[in-house]
Structure formats: structure tokens, C-alpha cells
Design a protein around this ligand. Structure first.
Ligand SMILES: [Fe+2]
Ligand SMILES: [Fe+2]
Length: 530
């Protein structure tokens, strides 16, 4: 007997996991993941196992929420211990890989003295041989260049570590993900399929096209013992139909954080997709159910987890026409290729965009503009702002650009002309560099230096520099991490006196004085550019 076709409920949430930790940028690249496994995950778990009460006590202070503390009670120490033991066993070669990176660094710093590097190849740790070229910069400082494309085809790219947690959610609050592994026990179902698996596309397509539940359960490898729970993810009620904007000019819909749907009659573009799930919530919002059936272009500004969010991207994968990502420098450990990463994750058409490069789109174009700062002065080139031109209306989506050198915008203005709308993030007091990049460092950085190298976006003074140079008619502040559904990736804890909000309001006041349209949208907003 054929199975009845049912719809996937709109509020089934997924969390992509890597060794049961929330998967993001540096866990997806085979060159960097081992450093996070060895230097972050194993260490946090070891610390929790030896003294869980210290973690529990620390997290009573909300200011420590983003710190290296596991957010479970002491009763789960045995489960964390089991995960730690399994990680150390199953990821033994990752841990060797991470140690080899340190060894390679030592080899280069001690022996790369300006003479030919050729004799050193034989001394490269075996696990890295064939995956690295040894080079000098123009000051004769040695540095490795990793052959990332080869690593994706090697045993070091661990699809077996990828899995997903699925569950129904009815509220925004979710545990902060970067310091706490997912252990289950929260009504979730664990799916051990790699992220590129086509069954995931079929699963998410069932939000619109009903299908047989049993068949998709088997395709996802969900155990029969989880059938009953899996069944609760489905409904007979069809979703409301999706519509596309067909009015004049450009409609902008703010989905929260840096996620904006830009639509004209001809084309739809979505920036930095991060969105909430539909459920009856107090704060109105757009959710993935409000997206058009097909999204022609998805634009990614940079790899930070609040901008490149695999959780949202995977759900949209079959509906994305072209995924536009910034071009990385290639081979530098801190700057993995987003194109290689997303192509290997099953995204069919991934296109790189560099500074001042343009992609033609129906009725307009997308041009890359420099995005400075916000990465602790590390040489990370995979970051870009987008100038979207639709029918002559020009919108700059600047993400977390920090105008540390405002003259960049003078140069851009003389080349690109006027803009109508600017969206700018102003998370002007970010974490110290080591908070995100610490596990990648070959040598620890002194605390006082680390404190000066913060992941800061523009403050009011710098934002005003951009506004005066580019002269937009409308200014919107976005990407502030204020939405209640971002708690799992951003431990912001804003209050009215938070410096980020004070700086943001200064910019809004400035825009008011100058007679510019301005706003700092929260949760949901709609604007038109005509
Ligand atoms: Fe960022
Ligand atoms: Fe951000």
C-alpha cells in the first residue's frame, strides 16, 4: 500500500553538527577543523569532565555565556566524558594533524632562514606531505601554503564527523552552541548523514511538496525506534503559498540580523541567510516560510557564523540559484576557501566575488566592495560588501565592515557613483581576536595585544565616515545580533547602555540631522526603494 503524502512542519529545526558540536566555518574546512577539535573541543570537554561544577558556577554569570564553559548540569558529566573519549579515539588522526601543523610551523621558523626551502620537504610531518607548499613572503619569512582542494579529497575531510540534529521548536531560546556539544535528550533526532546528502534536500522540499514519511525516514537513516517522534515532524496541512514580489522598484525585507531579502520584478537576492522558524511568537518576524520558492542569488559577506550559517543554508540549498561567496586568499590556514567549502557541502553553483568584480543579474548587477577590519588584523580576504544595483537603485550591504581606513570609500565613490541605501552592521565592541581564532594560533598572543585586536565593526565615528563619503539617501543599521532567535550563535546580552547601541544611536541621530531616512530594524521590517 502506498504511504500517504505529508508535509514537513515549518518549525522543524536542524542543527548541523561536527563530532556533535555545532558546525561552522572552521569546522567545515579540513585544514582548520583538526585545530578546533584538538585545541578547543577536547580541552573544554576535559575541563568539564574534571570539574563540571566550575562550568555550572561560571554560567550563573550571564557575562560568561560566550566563554569556554559547557552549558550542562553536573549530571551530564558522564555523557561528556563518553563523547570526549570517543572524540579522542575517532579523531586520533585529526589530533595528529593538528600536532603536525605545529611541528611544520616550528620547522619553518627554525630552518626557513632565507635559503631554499626545498630540503625541508622531507622533514615535513608525514601526515602533511603532499598537502603543503613551502614558501617565503617578500621579507623572507617562511609560510606554508595549504593545498586545500586536495585536503577535501583526502581522509582528512571527515564527512563521517558530520551529522544533524532535528527537532521541533516552539520558542527562540536555544543553548549557546560554540562551547557546548549537542548530547541529545532534548526531543531531538540525530541523523548521521553527511551535509551534502541529497535526502536532506528531499526532506526540506517536503515543506512544500508532500511526500511519504516512511521513505524519507529511511533515506535519512533515522532509526525505526525514532519513527514515532519523526512522525510528529509532519502534518497534513499544506503551507500557505509562497509569493514573489511583482511590484515596481525594489522591495527589501529584513529577516533579522544581516539577512535581507532584496526583490525586484526580475530577481530575488538574499543576504547572509540566518532566520527563525515559524511558530506562534510574541515578536513578529519573517521566517523561511516567507521566502520565494526560488532564491536566485544568495550573497555571503564573510565566514563568521552569524553570516555564513549552515543551519539556514542547508534548508535552502535546493532553492538557491547561485551562491555568491567572497574569494579567499587560498592556502592560508586562517582564510579557508568558502567556495571549496560550500561546493563540497553540496551547493551546486558557488561563485566567488572579489573587490570591484561584478556579476550581472536580471535587471542589474552585484559588485564586490572591500570589507576592511572585524577579523583581528588577520590576513583573511574572504570578506566582501555587496553593492546591489537593481534597475538603477543601488543598495550597499556592508555587513560588519569597519571603516578603519575611510579613504577606501573615497576611491569606491569615484569609481561607482552614488548609492541609494546602505545597510551597515555596528557591532563596534567585538570579542578579542583569540576568542574566535585562538585555536588556530601557532604561538599564543599576549593578552594585552589580544585585547587590542578585537573583532570590531564600525563605531559611530567610522560609520559617519562611510556615510559622508558614499552619501546614501537611506541608512539602516543591521547585523546587531539583537533578535531573540540568535542566542545560540551570539551571546550578546545587550542592555540600553551597551556601547554598541550607544554608537548605533549616534549614527541614527547624525542621519536624522542630515535629513537621511534611517532605521535600526528589529525582528521584522519592510522598505521600498523606488
Ligand atoms: Fe563578522
Ligand atoms: Fe556579524
Amino acid at each position: 500500500m502506498s504511504q500517504p503524502a505529508r508535509y514537513l512542519k515549518q518549525n522543524v529545526a536542524i542543527e548541523p553538527l561536527f563530532n556533535q558540536w555545532y558546525a561552522w566555518w572552521y569546522l567545515l574546512s579540513p585544514a582548520t577543523a583538526p585545530l578546533y577539535v584538538a585545541n578547543l573541543h577536547a580541552k573544554i570537554m576535559q575541563s568539564f569532565v574534571s570539574a563540571p561544577d566550575i562550568h555550572v558556577a561560571a554560567l550563573k554569570n550571564p557575562a560568561l555565556m560566550g566563554g569556554p564553559y559547557i552549558n550542562y548540569g553536573t549530571d551530564r558529566a558522564a555523557e561528556v566524558k563518553a563523547l570526549l573519549e570517543r572524540t579522542l579515539k575517532e579523531q586520533a588522526d585529526s589530533i595528529r594533524f593538528a600536532a603536525a601543523l605545529v611541528e611544520l610551523d616550528k620547522l619553518l621558523t627554525t630552518s626557513g632562514n632565507g635559503s631554499s626551502l626545498e630540503p625541508l620537504y622531507k622533514k615535513v610531518p608525514d601526515i602533511l606531505q603532499g598537502y603543503v607548499e613551502l614558501t617565503y613572503d617578500l621579507n623572507h619569512r617562511p609560510r606554508p601554503r595549504f593545498l586545500e582542494a586536495l585536503l577535501y579529497r583526502s581522509p582528512h575531510y571527515k564527512e563521517s564527523s558530520q551529522s544533524l540534529s532535528l527537532r521541533l521548536i516552539e520558542q527562540d531560546a536555544r543553548k549557546y552552541v560554540f562551547s557546548t556539544p549537542r548530547l541529545g535528550g532534548d526531543g531531538s533526532i540525530h541523523v548521521t548523514r553527511p551535509f551534502r546528502h541529497e535526502a536532506l534536500d528531499r526532506f526540506f522540499a517536503m515543506r512544500e511538496q508532500p511526500g511519504p514519511v516512511e521513505e524519507i525516514r529511511e533515506a535519512l537513516g533515522v532509526a525505526p525506534s525514532d519513527s514515532e517522534r519523526f512522525d510528529t515532524f509532519f502534518t497534513d496541512a499544506p503551507p500557505p503559498p509562497r509569493t514573489r514580489y511583482d511590484g515596481d522598484g525594489v522591495r527589501l525585507r529584513y529577516f533579522g540580523h544581516a539577512c535581507v531579502l532584496i526583490e525586484s520584478k526580475d530577481v530575488s537576492l538574499l543576504t547572509d541567510p540566518v532566520m527563525s522558524y515559524p511558530f506562534s511568537a510574541d515578536t513578529p518576524r519573517y521566517t523561511h516560510a516567507d521566502l520565494p520558492e526560488k532564491i536566485d542569488y544568495v550573497l555571503i559577506t564573510h565566514g563568521h557564523a552569524d553570516h555564513l550559517m549552515l543551519e539556514t543554508l542547508l534548508q535552502l540549498r535546493p532553492r538557491i540559484g547561485t551562491l555568491v561567496v567572497p574569494r579567499s586568499s587560498g592556502g592560508n590556514l586562517a582564510d579557508p576557501s568558502l567556495k571549496l567549502m560550500l561546493s563540497n557541502l553540496g551547493f551546486k553553483r558557488v561563485v566567488e566575488l572579489g573587490d570591484l568584480e561584478t556579476i550581472e543579474v536580471p535587471g542589474g548587477s552585484i559588485t564586490g566592495l572591500p570589507f576592511l577590519g572585524e577579523h583581528g588584523d588577520l590576513d583573511i580576504q574572504a570578506k566582501i560588501a555587496h553593492l546591489v544595483d537593481l534597475g538603477g537603485k543601488r543598495m550597499l550591504m556592508a555587513a560588519d565592515s569597519n571603516a578603519i581606513e575611510p579613504r577606501v570609500y573615497d576611491h569606491c565613490r569615484s569609481m561607482l557613483g552614488e548609492i541609494d541605501v546602505m545597510f551597515l552592521g555596528m557591532e563596534s565592541e567585538g570579542a578579542p581576536m583569540s576568542w574566535m581564532y585562538g585555536p588556530l594560533l601557532m604561538t599564543p598572543l599576549q593578552r594585552k595585544m589580544d585585547q587590542t585586536r578585537r573583532l570590531n565593526g564600525s563605531n559611530a565615528e567610522r560609520a559617519i565616515e562611510i556615510v559622508t563619503r558614499l552619501n546614501p539617501k537611506q541608512v539602516f543599521i543591521y547585523a546587531m545580533g539583537r533578535e531573540p532567535w540568535l542566542g545560540h550563535v551570539m551571546a550578546m546580552g545587550y542592555t540600553e547602555t551597551s556601547p554598541q547601541l550607544i554608537e548605533a544611536r549616534k549614527l541614527l541621530d547624525y542621519c536624522k540631522q542630515k535629513g537621511l531616512v534611517n532605521d535600526m530594524p528589529y525582528c521584522k521590517a519592510e522598505y521600498f526603494v523606488r
